[in-house]
Structures are given as C-alpha cells and as structure tokens.
Design a protein around this ligand. Structure first.
Ligand code: CTP
Length: 222
C-alpha cells in the first residue's frame, strides 16, 4: 500500500527571524513512517521542521508553513491509499509578515492572527476521495469526547487521540498512549508504550481497515 504521512510542526513567520510554532517533535509521524517501511509499504513523508533523521527509503518532502504542507498534501494525496495526518499544524498565522525585523518599542505589542487552512478537514470534504483518511487529535482534556467530535467534523475514517497534558507522554516524549476511534463508533486503546511500538500497532490497524474498505468497494491495490 502507499502511505502519505504528515509529521512535525509547521512554522508561521512573523518577520525574518521569528515564527509561531509548537512543541511537536515529529516522533510519532516518523515512527509510523518507519513502521510502514519496515513492512515494505511505500511512504511519502511530508514533514515540518524537525531534528530527526529522515527514514531511509521514504520519499521525504520538507515543508515549513501550513500553506506549504497544504499544497504538498493535496499534490500527493490521490497517489496514496492511506493518508495519515499526524502533523501538529498551526491553526493561526500572522495576518502580516514583516519583511524586516520588528523592533522593540517598550510598550505593549499585539500580533494580529488569522486562521490557517485545515488540511485534514479539506481532505475529509472531498467527495471523490479513494484513500483511507486518518487524523490525529492532540487533547489535554475530555480526550475521547473531543476526538470523537473531530472525527465527525473533519469526516475522517479513523482518528487517533492522544493526551498531551502530561510531560511523560505525547508531545516531545518517546512514549505515548492512544485511543483509536473509527467512524462506525468502534474504538480500541493502545496502552502506554514506546512510540515505535505504538506505530507498529497503528500501521496494522490502518492496513486492516484499508483492506476491508477496499475489499468492500472492490478496489484493486497495485
Ligand atoms: N490539522 C490539519 N490542519 C490544521 C489543523 C489541524 O490538518 N490547520 C489536522 C492535524 O494534523 C490532526 C487533526 O487535524 O490530524 C487534529 O489536529 P488538532 O491540533 O488535534 O486539532 P485542531 O483541529 O487544530 O483543533 P483544536 O486545536 O481546537 O483542538
């Protein structure tokens, strides 16, 4: 099967030396890419700026901003069978990007932010999509409830929810613990483990779901 995976944060520039971003390390997305490659699947990895070694044998597309990730995902989505959007995409960006370094003035300073495009939502809205769509949900509270809302709102097939409230799991950590919600209301849990091990289980789960979906639709995978 052909996987498209997004990973890491995006960076939204403020001026030539500053940006808005988040703490995503890219570890979960890269681990999923490695796990899929280990099972001899084809992987296109669209990555925001991270410090990880790129997986050998993946087609790596490095991006920085939400707009760049949006364009790259839409350019490659139709060539894949399973699209896993693991990236922590910035939800807002500065309304204006200064071409010169913004100087300090001592007084209060506010930055006007405008919403970025939601990549997962834009794929979920596509009536013609042939690929299985997997989203992630990073939550600090009401994890399952909020993730279930995202699954419906963004019209995904599967959403992987993780609790990012603690320092020892989720963001930046090597460990994670996830709940996987399916569009038919089924759910399954993977207890706390190394992201590498979680990734192996997730790849199996995605493949199993994709195989059943494609069998039902009589789609041949080559
Ligand atoms: N996502 C995306 N484009 C965005 C924001 C999020 O594609 N502009 C995707 C993420 O890659 C993830 C899913 O949407 O697969 C959920 O992301 P998350 O940050 O948990 O939620 P948000 O939709 O940003 O909502 P909120 O920040 O309110 O929780």
């Amino acid at each position: 099967m052909r996987f498209l995976i997004t990973a890491g944060p995006t960076r939204e520039p403020i001026d030539p030396v500053r940006y808005i971003s988040n703490r995503s390390s890219g570890k979960m997305g890269y681990a999923i890419a490695e796990a899929a490659l280990a099972e001899r699947h084809d992987v296109t990895l669209i990555s925001g700026p991270v410090t990880l070694e790129p997986p050998r044998n993946a087609k790596l597309i490095s991006v920085s901003t939400n707009d760049e990730m949006f364009e790259a995902v839409h350019r490659h989505a139709d060539k894949c069978n399973i699209c896993v959007l693991c990236a922590a995409v910035a939800d807002y960006k500065p309304a204006h990007v200064s071409s010169t370094k913004i100087k300090k003035h001592g007084a209060k300073f506010s930055l006007e932010l405008i919403p970025t495009r939601d990549i997962l939502d834009s794929l979920g809205r596509r009536q013609d999509r042939q690929f299985v769509l997997v989203g992630f949900a990073a939550e600090t509270d009401h994890v399952e409830e909020n993730a279930a809302k995202k699954l419906r709102a963004k019209n995904c097939d599967i959403i992987v929810a993780n609790d990012v409230s603690g320092a020892d799991s989720g963001i930046e950590s090597d460990m994670n613990e996830v709940i996987i919600l399916f569009r038919d209301g089924e759910k399954t849990k993977i207890s706390r483990a190394l992201k590498k091990n979680i990734a192996r289980d997730l790849v199996k789960i995605f493949l199993d779901f994709a195989t059943k979906t494609f069998d039902k639709k009589n789609v041949m995978i080559n």
